[in-house]
Write a protein that binds this ligand. Structure first.
Ligand code: BG6
Length: 484
């Protein structure tokens, strides 16, 4: 299979926070991969902008080291790396002051797309928007990309939206949720809306329940200060898991266009039930033989912040009434594995009798690792001995099904940045969507803060606190095993 790479139009991309962790780990390596793939035109330019006093060569050296650190040698091409670095320049800048803005204005070219990536804390979004406007660096055709966290509650998200709206139209604002750029997440839409097979079954008549799991092995060490103010609810559920839920639950949009898709996602968020304390389990990891406890990573002995959350939620509409969605995510769990599982109902009557056992179709969409889709199908166990049934997977692991291209799935960031340049907002969150998500999250967080709820301790390397299992056992269900 030969992939078709269509080069984007010439652009100037300014990365504020261009020396930061996200720029070094994701944004710049992603751009380099797109460059190698032939998607970046010869005339594309990338400008790093940050506080550090670097010159162009110093910045190129830093970016070279960053790329060499995150990309294996056999995936790099020395010549292409030199050519890519030639496209880079650097401007030292004071985001909220005067320094550097004139130099930045001078570095920008006329008649190319201008995009500004705000890879900085949200407290600087307003200042950056203001300066870009004041120095006439951004115009009506420019785009800005903003990173999460987009606020920490409804009020702050509204304030951020208003700040950005003073200088940018909604069609210029790209709020990144990198989960929407993951290959399998997009495939979820292709599977749902590109096949006739699933859609008739995609409702509460046939689906027993849905599980969304995003399990990580890492702890919060290194970013404890941020995380302790956020917790799993704000860091993962309000955005990434919520977006996954929306893509599963939404009605088919009339077209695959930004507003048609986002309108449907918004309806899902607005249909989410409010949930009570009995439907949420919060956990916090304790110390392991070689790993520190959450409280130590967060440098807060008394912390009540959750590093794990599991919850049950309903979507009150005709399609989903009666089918619960179970969401769970956590740090320091047994394996790094993310999966969406659509668990279908039992056949209405088993003609094979009790001894054939209970079997269910499960459609599993694996986000990472080993991206792919598996459909569990019940068949007869081979051999003599009567009608014994067994579940086998119809497996479409991308790496197997698509050959080398399936293995080399582009990273979420590189796809999303190219979408910014193409001017396609489909995979970015709209302001009203983000606000609706906070409207749902706020009362839940407020309730546990009011009660000073203490998260349940769990062992590192486990699947989270026992109470999370009970959440499903109560309804006669069980979580799927977390495995790679
Ligand atoms: C980020 C969260 O948005 O997503 C992190 O802030 C989390 O806490 C990360 O580790 C997970 O992303 P991925 O792509 O590794 O699943």
């Amino acid at each position: 299979m030969v992939s078709r790479v269509i080069p984007v139009d010439p652009f100037d991309l300014v990365i504020f926070g261009g020396t930061g962790d996200l720029a070094r780990r994701k944004i710049l390596p992603g751009l380099y991969r797109r460059f190698m793939a032939g998607q970046m035109p010869e005339t594309a330019r990338i400008v790093g902008a940050a506080r550090s006093e670097l010159d162009d060569d110093g910045y190129r050296k830093m970016v070279r080291e960053a790329i060499e650190e995150v990309m294996p040698a056999d995936r790099r091409d020395a010549e292409a790396l030199d050519a890519f670095l030639d496209r880079l320049s650097y401007v030292p800048i004071d985001a909220s002051g005067k320094g550097g803005w004139k130099a930045l204005a001078k570095a920008m070219r006329k008649d190319v797309i201008r995009a500004f990536y705000f890879s900085v804390g949200p407290s600087l979004f307003g200042a950056l928007a203001e300066r870009l406007y004041e120095h006439k660096i951004a115009g009506p055709l420019s785009r800005i990309v903003v990173e999460k966290p987009f606020g920490r509650d409804l009020e702050s998200a509204k304030a951020l939206n208003m700040t950005l709206a003073q200088h940018f139209h909604e069609s210029q604002i790209y709020r990144i949720d990198h989960y929407l750029g993951k290959e399998t997440v997009q495939n979820l839409m292709a599977v749902r809306f590109g096949n006739v097979l699933f859609e008739p079954l995609w409702n509460s008549q046939f689906v027993d329940h849905i599980q969304i799991t995003v399990a990580e092995t890492v702890g919060v060490g290194g970013r404890g200060a941020y995380y302790d103010r956020a917790g799993a609810m704000r860091d993962m559920v309000q955005n990434h898991l919520m977006q996954l839920l929306c893509l599963i639950a939404m009605e088919p949009p009339s077209r695959f266009t930004p507003d048609a898709v986002r309108d449907e996602k918004l309806k899902v968020i607005r249909a989410l039930d409010t949930i009570g304390p009995e439907d949420i389990v919060r956990g916090q990891y304790v110390a392991g033989p070689e790993t520190a406890a959450y409280t130590e990573d967060a440098e807060n002995e008394q912390s009540l912040t959750e590093s794990f959350i599991a919850l049950k939620i309903g979507v009150s509409n005709w399609r989903w009434a009666g089918t619960p969605f179970y969401l769970r995510t956590g740090k320091r769990l047994r394996t790094r594995a993310s999966e969406i599982a659509i668990v279908f109902k039992d056949a209405p009557h088993s003609i094979f009798g009790e001894e054939a056992g209970r079997h269910r179709n499960i459609l599993s969409i694996r986000l990472q690792p080993n991206e792919g889709i598996t459909l569990g199908v019940t068949i007869k166990e081979p051999g003599p001995g009567g009608m014994r049934l067994v579940d086998v997977p119809l497996d479409m692991t991308f790496a197997d099904a698509l050959g080398p291209e399936g293995e080399d799935v582009p990273d979420a960031y590189e796809r999303l940045i190219m979408d910014v340049i193409r001017g396609n907002q489909t995979l970015f969150m709209r302001g009203d969507e983000v606000e609706a998500a906070w409207s749902w999250t706020d009362p839940i967080i407020a309730a546990w803060e009011r009660r000073s709820d203490r998260p349940h301790p769990y062992e590192p390397g486990s699947t989270g606190p026992e109470e999370a299992q009970i959440l499903l056992h109560r309804a006669g269900r069980r979580w799927r095993e977390i495995k790679e």
